[in-house]
Design a protein around this ligand. Structure first.
Ligand SMILES: [Zn+2]
Length: 463
């Protein structure tokens, strides 16, 4: 086996093709990686050691008009907990300017990262989703772009013919063929870069606004909501579900001195109207601590809905404000002391289901919010209340349906129940009315139609 492995080309060993790293030419440099951390003077995150070896390497990939472009790799800023060379990696890069006209590099002013992942060959790329959003985010809706990642370039590198992967694909019909997918995008800041609770609140409100403008479904609006701006609803919403909202995917963009919440990483997104699921792409996607509670249940058979993403945002908020003393500082653990929700990062589906079920449906719920984030207590309680009432409603509805069916078999038609908003409890208006104010002060509402809507609400209150 070792002999066979040695004869494989680098890409078949899991290295990116066209990576010119020192350790490939000079394996002795790998010895450096074997040293214990205290023997080295590195400052990077400890998890990125292998790829830190690639610092300073150059990487060439396909570019416009059958050309190639080369970047120099800098620090690894994220690596998913997965097989090395197969999980997602995000590396800071700069243009190596091999083909750039002298002093006229179009990437020169940009802070860029390269994200490498290995999705199924048939998976729609993040770029396709974002192109569609950008295409529609014009004029009055241009604000949406502030809350989406800026994908500058993307490319796929398929595994070559005769590679072990291609051979497996030939032998086994249901073998999932993958590609190496690279995306060059503008570097965003993490949530930990925020300074105040209010900034965090604005970022979460931004995510809710952006997310909704991408999913929107007319039925989410009351007749009242529709009447305000009539023709504005002609805007064709892209109708995309993100499906993987986590703390790591909520980022911050700084532009002209202002901060905007950005919903990043659309790798697992789907078109809302596309009911075909790829052969192996599962509906049960996401990052465990933040997945909606139903998704942990073996009985849950999908589909993924808008309210599942909303539930994820709720958990991101909950875990942040209960486990962090500041955006960049986790609560310190003393001896055997543990904090509520802390174990969510290690729990299995069964315990997460029970824990979350309890959280979302508890009658008397008060999360242990830290002092810094105290303003979030009201948000969380009100959101939890919406979920709780929604699920109670849903239970009642289904009970009624069963009863009717038992009483009269011919009469099984019942009123429609809006699963997406749990019978209206999670309507966009409801959510916005909770999160557009933080500590009694209004946050910035980005979309014009919602500014109008809120104005209307206020007038009603005054009246
Ligand atoms: Zn350049």
């Amino acid at each position: 086996m070792i002999k066979r492995l040695c004869s494989l080309p680098l890409e078949d060993l899991g290295f990116a093709p066209n990576l010119e790293a020192d350790f490939i030419k000079n394996p002795a440099s790998l010895l450096e990686a074997m040293k214990l951390p205290e023997q080295k003077d590195t400052t990077g995150p400890p998890s990125s050691e292998i790829f830190d070896l690639c610092q300073g390497s150059s990487f060439t990939f396909p570019y416009k008009d059958d050309q190639t472009r080369t970047v120099r790799l800098k620090r690894v800023i994220f690596r998913s907990n997965s097989i090395i060379g197969r999980g997602t990696t995000v590396i800071r890069v700069e243009c190596a300017c091999c083909n750039c006209p002298p002093a006229r590099c179009d990437w020169k002013e940009k802070k860029l990262v390269l994200k490498m992942s290995f999705p199924s060959k048939t998976r729609v790329s993040e770029r396709t989703f974002m192109d569609r959003c950008k295409e529609l985010a014009q004029g009055e809706y241009a604000w949406v772009s502030n809350h989406l990642p800026d994908l500058i370039w993307s490319f796929d590198i398929p595994f070559r013919d005769g590679s072990p992967q291609a051979n497996l694909g030939e032998k086994f019909k249901d073998y999932e063929m993958r590609v190496m997918r690279g995306v060059i995008l503008e570097e965003l800041k993490p949530l930990s870069s925020l300074k105040t609770a209010r900034e965090c609140a604005q970022v979460f409100y931004d995510i809710v606004q952006c997310e909704f403008s991408i999913y929107i479904k007319r039925s989410h609006f009351s007749s009242n909501g529709l009447s305000i701006s009539g023709h504005h609803w002609v805007w064709k919403y892209p109708r995309i579900l993100h499906r993987d909202i986590s703390q790591g995917n909520i980022m911050v963009r700084e532009k002209n001195g202002k901060k905007y919440g950005v919903l990043n990483d659309w790798d697992l997104a789907i078109w809302l109207d596309d009911k075909r699921d790829g052969p192996t792409s599962q509906f049960r996607t996401g990052t465990k601590p933040y997945m909606a509670h139903e998704q942990h249940s073996v009985e849950w058979k999908g589909p993924h809905r808008y309210r599942h993403d909303l539930e994820s945002i709720f958990y991101v908020m909950l875990l942040l404000v209960c486990l962090y003393s500041r955006p960049d500082e986790k609560l310190r653990r003393y001896k055997n002391q543990s904090y509520q929700y802390q174990e969510w990062h290690q729990s299995d589906d069964r315990s997460l289901y029970l824990e979350k079920h309890h959280t979302i449906r508890a009658d008397d719920w008060e999360p242990p919010v830290t002092t810094f984030f105290f303003g979030f207590l009201l948000w969380l309680s009100r959101l939890q209340d919406s979920f709780r009432s929604g699920f109670i409603d849903r239970g009642n509805f289904h009970r009624a349906v069963r009863k009717t069916a038992q009483l009269d078999r011919s009469h099984t038609q019942m009123n429609f129940y809006d699963e997406d908003t749990l019978g209206g409890h999670l309507s966009y208006e409801g959510i916005v009315s909770i999160v557009h104010v933080f500590e009694e002060e209004e946050l910035e509402t980005r979309g014009r139609e919602w500014q109008l809507h809120l104005d209307n609400l206020r007038q009603k209150q005054v009246g």
